[in-house]
Design a protein around this ligand. Structure first.
Ligand code: 13P
Length: 251
């Protein structure tokens, strides 16, 4: 795992799943678990954030508006997220890029808004299957483009307050996981790209892997030198699986 200055982070992204019963189950199960040494975050649908904030773990949102307030029906501002106790906000998840036309530029704007409110953005990047099949150069080119929007918008100190999640689209919800070597290669590439902005910031930034992480594969993925934890979808809906994955991230 990770160097001394990077504390592992495991975030559960419930996506559009869950209900009040699952909120109660998570509060009970996670409060009873000792996550010492790992930052644990649960990101439910926004409507459950307040209820989940009763837990002794961090909560995060799945999206945020880049705007502050006003006539934007359905949107949620970062101040509202902050007020209900959010510490993290996922931005630029591939499902939001796909379903809502989010671009790398709009994602960078959201990330900056999150940082400016003192919260931590978890900025998602990752390539689709056809890019992966085109080879390593194509993957790197795709991710470089996604990151460059971010590094041109955020200063080094803003990046320092951010987390990156590498989520290859072909591995999300498919049961196909990137091999530990594939994940490590891309994570090292991402850290190298970030170091062009600031080498020290890049070496301290947490880069999470997401895409079909399960209790059975988490430890091997998390043991890669540039993998600092995970962003977990399906397995974050089962308390036992999620806790087992969190335990795998312990140094
Ligand atoms: P799965 O773990 O279900 O593949 O989802 C990953 C993900 O998209 C987390 O944000």
């Amino acid at each position: 795992m990770t160097t001394m200055n990077r504390k592992p982070l495991v975030a559960g992204n419930w996506k559009m799943n869950g209900n009040k019963a699952l909120v109660a189950e998570f509060i009970n199960a996670l409060n009873a678990d000792d996550a010492n040494g790992v930052d644990v975050v649960v990101c439910p649908p926004a409507i459950y954030l307040s209820a989940l904030s009763a837990g002794r773990f961090a909560i995060g949102a799945q999206d945020v508006s880049a705007l502050d307030q006003g006539a934007h029906t359905g949107d949620i501002s970062v101040d509202m997220l902050s007020e209900v106790g959010c510490k993290y906000v996922i931005v630029g998840h591939s499902e939001r890029r796909e379903d809502h036309g989010e671009t790398s530029d709009s994602v960078a704007e959201k990330a900056e808004k999150v940082v400016s409110a003192g919260l931590t953005p978890i900025v998602c990047v990752g390539e689709p299957l056809e890019v992966r099949e085109a080879g390593d150069q194509a993957v790197q080119g795709f991710i470089r483009e996604q990151l460059s929007a971010l590094t041109s918008k955020l200063s080094a100190s803003e990046l320092n307050q951010s987390v990156i999640a590498y989520e290859p689209i072909w591995a999300i919800g498919t049961g196909k996981t990137a091999s530990p070597e594939q994940a490590q290669d891309v994570h090292a590439f991402i850290r190298g790209e970030l170091s062009e902005t600031d080498a020290e910031v890049a070496s301290g930034m947490r880069i999470l892997y997401g895409g079909s992480v399960k209790p059975a594969n988490a430890q091997e993925l998390f043991s890669q030198p540039d993998v600092d934890g995970g962003l977990i979808g399906g397995a974050s809906l089962k308390t036992d699986d999620f806790i087992a994955i969190c335990q795998s991230a312990k140094i």
